[in-house]
Structure formats: structure tokens, C-alpha cells
Design a protein. Structure first.
Length: 135
């Protein structure tokens, strides 16, 4: 399998490097339990999900803004669509080949995407984290 530039190989699935950067951006704002899941073999419409959460709607908004800033900085693109900015309990940032889910902690527990997609491979994203956006 040939992996395109800007994509990482994760157990047979190509993961957009920007999805890992999104996880790092969330972590930089003290997001809770950030997970990157390889979805390509299971879903077909996205190669990765980034799932994270904040303790308050204010923190959720801050995480969303930071993810957008970091991804734009390394990849030069904004999300295709962002949903959930009104109530800030579940913000979905659709980048096409990956999706970032930023939950309010209580909402994350209700929907439990990690259990729903329990057979998705988890991707290591914390390697070489410096606390600064790449680029």
C-alpha cells in the first residue's frame, strides 16, 4: 500500500496527519481523554475520528477554535462543515477525510462513540508532542 503525503499508516489504514494534529490541539487546551480512531475500514466516508471533550461549553468552544487553528496552520484548510456551535454540547467538525467530535463531557458519556465504534483501531497521536502547532 502506498501512503499519500500528509497521511500516516496505522495498521493498514491511512490516517490524515491533520487528524493527529487536531488531537494535539485539543490536548493543548486540556481536553479530556482524546482518542483518534482509524475509521477507513469500518465507515468508508472518513478515514479517522477524533473524539474529545471539555468540562464546560466555554472549554468546548476553545477546543474547537484551537483545532481549527492548528489544522489550518499545517494543512491550510478549514472544516467543510461545523455543526453544534449553538449549544456547544457536541460540535462536529467535518474535514472530509476525518471528523473531529468535541463533546461536553456529559454528552460524550451519553453517545459513547468509543463504545459504538469499539472495533475501530486506536491511533497513537501523542508521540513527539511539543505543545506547539506544527509548521
Amino acid at each position: 500500500m502506498t501512503v499519500e503525503p500528509g497521511r500516516l499508516e496505522a495498521s493498514g489504514s491511512a490516517i490524515p496527519e491533520e487528524s493527529l494534529e487536531a488531537a494535539r490541539a485539543a490536548d493543548s487546551k486540556q481536553a479530556n481523554s482524546t482518542v483518534v480512531m482509524a475509521m477507513g475500514d469500518l465507515l468508508g466516508v472518513a478515514d479517522a475520528f477524533v473524539v474529545t471533550s471539555g468540562q464546560s461549553t466555554r472549554q468546548v468552544k476553545t477546543i474547537v477554535e484551537e483545532v481549527e487553528r492548528w489544522v489550518k496552520r499545517i494543512g491550510g484548510r478549514a472544516p467543510i462543515r461545523v455543526e453544534g456551535l449553538r449549544d456547544l454540547t457536541w460540535v462536529l467538525m467535518d474535514y472530509g477525510d476525518f471528523v473531529v467530535h468535541v463533546f461536553l463531557e456529559e454528552t460524550r458519556q451519553i453517545y459513547d462513540l468509543e463504545r459504538l465504534w469499539g472495533n475501530a483501531r486506536r491511533v497513537e497521536w501523542q508521540v513527539c508532542f511539543t505543545g506547539e502547532p506544527a509548521g
